[in-house]
Design a protein around this ligand. Structure first.
Ligand code: CO
Ligand code: CO
Ligand code: CO
Length: 324
């Protein structure tokens, strides 16, 4: 997101989360016990089936509301559609999105479509939350552990699909993950009470861990071997199925990351893999971690992995220490 700061933003006391903290969504207080959460996300197809793509794009857009600790309220479609395609393709994409909006207990209230050479789809979602319950990137505290609720590797796998290295059947596990709402994970964390949350998307696990560490002004120790990966992720990295985004994440974020020499290059690449509709990264007090994992398991979360801990205030430029 570009960082347009305006004076008005700074002066408005009702603005809880704005542009300057690179968080998942904007949050604006309407009254003492009610704040609006606003998000927008859309992108090009990553799978061939239009209905599945609609589900994934909507799940990804709704996720930013869950990542703030909120509940989705209303959603609007945003779509770019090529006129050379059958209108039924757009209908299927929108139907996939609509089904996820219903599953999220939100309501579709409108939208807008423009013609474009490349298909794109997503949602603008408005959610709500109590102003005191907002979970930002900035809440992680020393002694917290970090819990991740979905495996990593969607960028690698979808790149491999485009390169013909795997079939859509082999992508099944990742498709299930990308089209699973973070609703259950959010219910679990809101029930337990946690310190901070973000969802894992374009910056990869390391980029988002860095954002949380720098936002919270702490250092995180990340245990790479505990980061859950989809089947074949490492194998496909070795076959060079690496999206450009993984390389640009690495060149952007590595200056704040100290990585153990024992970590293979392929695993390091996986940690920078940009995710679509990834899981929640939750910072929770150590003595509540067990309870959180129990609640996440009750909600049928795809994984409940403790992947690291908040060790200290950051020293020098290093915000994330990665070891095996
Ligand atoms: Co996000
Ligand atoms: Co987003
Ligand atoms: Co958040």
């Amino acid at each position: 997101m570009c960082q347009l700061k305006t004076k008005e933003n700074k002066l408005d006391p009702n603005l809880i989360v704005g542009l300057d903290t690179s968080d998942d969504a904007g949050v604006y207080k309407i009254k003492d016990d009610y704040a609006l959460i606003q998000t927008l996300d859309f992108f090009t197809p990553i799978v061939d089936d239009p209905y599945t793509f609609g589900q994934i794009a909507a799940t990804n857009s709704l996720s930013d509301v869950y990542a703030m600790g909120g509940q989705p309220l209303t959603a609007m479609n945003i779509a770019c559609f090529a006129t050379c395609l059958e209108p039924s393709v757009l209908a299927d994409i929108l139907r996939g999105g609509a089904d996820k909006i219903v599953e999220a207990n939100a309501i579709l209230v409108g939208g807008h479509t423009v013609t474009d050479k490349e298909v794109k789809y997503g949602l603008s979602v408005t959610g709500y939350i109590h102003p005191d319950k907002v979970l930002t990137n900035a809440g992680a505290k020393k002694g917290d552990v970090l819990v991740l609720t979905k495996p990593i590797g969607t960028g690698i796998l979808t790149t491999a699909l485009k390169q013909g290295l795997i079939t859509e059947t082999e992508l099944k596990e990742a498709i299930k993950s990308m089209s699973t709402l973070n609703k259950g994970a959010a219910n679990a964390m809101n029930k337990v009470g946690v310190h901070g949350c973000t969802d894992i998307t374009g910056f990869g696990i390391l980029g988002h861990v860095y954002e949380m560490a720098s936002g919270s002004n702490v250092c995180v120790k990340l245990k790479a071997s505990k980061v859950p990966l989809f089947n074949k992720t490492i194998e496909l990295i070795e076959k060079n199925a690496v999206p450009g985004g993984a390389r640009s994440n690495q060149s952007h974020f590595s200056k704040w990351v100290c990585i153990d020499k024992n970590i293979p290059d392929s695993l390091e690449t996986a940690l920078y893999d940009p995710q679509t509709s990834g899981g929640l990264l939750i910072a929770v007090a150590k003595d509540k971690a067990e309870l959180l994992i129990e609640e996440l398991t009750n909600e049928n979360c795809l994984c409940t992995s403790v992947i690291g801990e908040v060790v200290d205030e950051h020293k020098n430029n290093t915000f994330v220490e990665v070891y095996l």
